[in-house]
Design a protein around this ligand. Sequence first.
Ligand SMILES: Cc1cc(-c2ccco2)c2oc(N)nc2c1
Length: 160
Amino acid sequence: MCQAQSRKILTLVLIRESSRVLLGMKKRGFGKGNWNGFGGKVKVGEETIEDGAKRELLEECGLVAPCLDKIGELDFEFLGNPEIMEVHVFKTDSFEGIPAESEEMHPRWFSIERIPYHQMWPDDKYWFPLFLKGSCFKGHFLFEGFNKIISHSLKEVETF
Ligand SMILES: Cc1cc(-c2ccco2)c2oc(N)nc2c1
């Protein structure tokens, strides 16, 4: 018997300069202890997904990004949990402000040759290289718990 599946929309923003990427160490809550882009929930009915991404970026590290490029859509499923997390991934190389620590995140710049995959979500090692080479992508990852990927699919797409 299939379970009805619901979807939760989340955002993820990656700040990329020529040779470095800004990541945040998640200090509490979901994904605590991982380096990740900035993002989170979209305020249903209040804002567009892109506006939600901009809001989370500002809240989590104090940066203003006037324009974001949509680069990816990642569906995350967890064994035994009917809720699929639909993560919309954005990037930008133009922002205003100085990265600042928040209650949620401790920001740090990483050279693109030294991305800390061992301290990131396990799916990142699959799609981050596509982001770094400038591709757009769609992926689906089936997790067992938070650290084990049972299966995944990932493809490059032309545009969103
Ligand atoms: C299951 C999962 C969730 C997220 C997430 C939460 C909020 C925004 O993204 C991830 O981010 C990354 N890089 N892998 C992730 C896996």
